[in-house]
Design a protein around this ligand. Sequence first.
Ligand code: BEZ
Ligand code: FE
Length: 296
Amino acid sequence: MTEQSREPSGFFAAERSAEIVAASFAGAEDERLREILTSLVRHAHAFVKDVGLTAEEWAAGIRFLTETGRKCDATRQEFILLSDVLGVSMLVESLNNPADGESTEATVEGPFHLVDSPERELGDAIGEGGEPCLVTGRVTDTSGAPVAGARVDVWQADADGFYDVQRPGEVPGGNLRGLFTADADGRFWFRTVVPRHYPIPTDGPVGALLRATGRHANRAAHIHFQVSGPGIRTLTTHLFADDSPYLDSDAVFGVKASLIRTFARVDDPDRAAEHGLPNPFRHVDFPVTIRRDASV
Ligand code: BEZ
Ligand code: FE
C-alpha cells in the first residue's frame, strides 16, 4: 500500500462516498479541523443524495456562491448575509450564547459593524434624521453589580433604512454609531432617532434567493448593541421596538421576545431640555445584564 492509499476507503463509490472522503482527513494533525471537515463531508454528501442533486443544479449552486463572493467588498459582506437569511448566524449565536434566564440574550451582529464607531460622551447624539429618542440603560453583572466603565457600542440604520456604510459619499462610521463608556454605576444614555424596519440589501445573490423563494427582506426595527469590558463576556445583541412590523418574520430570524421594548412617548419639557431633546420625545430603557467571565 502506498502512502497515498486510504484504508478502508479505497476507490470512490457513491454508496460509501462520505466515508471514503472523510478517511482522507484521517491524517489531519488538528483534531478539531478533522472533526469539522468529516462532519461537513458527511452532511454535504447526505444532502446531495437526499435531493438527488443534478450536475446542472450543482453548477447553479457553484455559480450562486461565486456571485456571492464577487458581491463582497470592504463595505459589503454577502456571505454573512447568506448565513443570516439561512438562519445559520442565529444558530451559531444561540448555541454559543444559550439563554440562561439571567443575562441579556444575544442576537446576530449583522454585516454592518464594519467600521469603528466614533468614541462619544454619555448623552451625545449619535445621528439624526428621524423621530428624536433617548436611550438609557445600565450594565450589570448577573449578581446585579454595576459594570463600571463597560464599553457600549451602538449602531443603527437611518430613517430610510440605510447604514452609513451603504451611503455613497458618506464618511463610514459617521452617522448613527457611537462607542460609549458607562459611568461608575454602569449607566449609559444617548440620543438617537427611533429605529424603523428596513430591508436587508437585495441587489445581490441573497436578494435573488429571497425573491425566488417568496420571502420578504425586512428586518424588524432595532438598534444594535455590543457591550464589552474587562472581566465580562462580550454581548452582541439588539433592542427591538415593540410597535415594529416583522417582529415575527424577521428576515434573519434575529428577534428574541426578551429583547423587545416599548419606545414610550414622553411629554416632559424639563426632561427634554435636560437631555437637549425637543419635546415631546420617545424614550426606551435597555438594561443589560452580562455574565462575568474569568477567562476574558
Ligand atoms: C443588520 O441588522 O444590520 C443586519 C443583520 C443581518 C443581515 C443584514 C442586516
Ligand atoms: Fe441592523
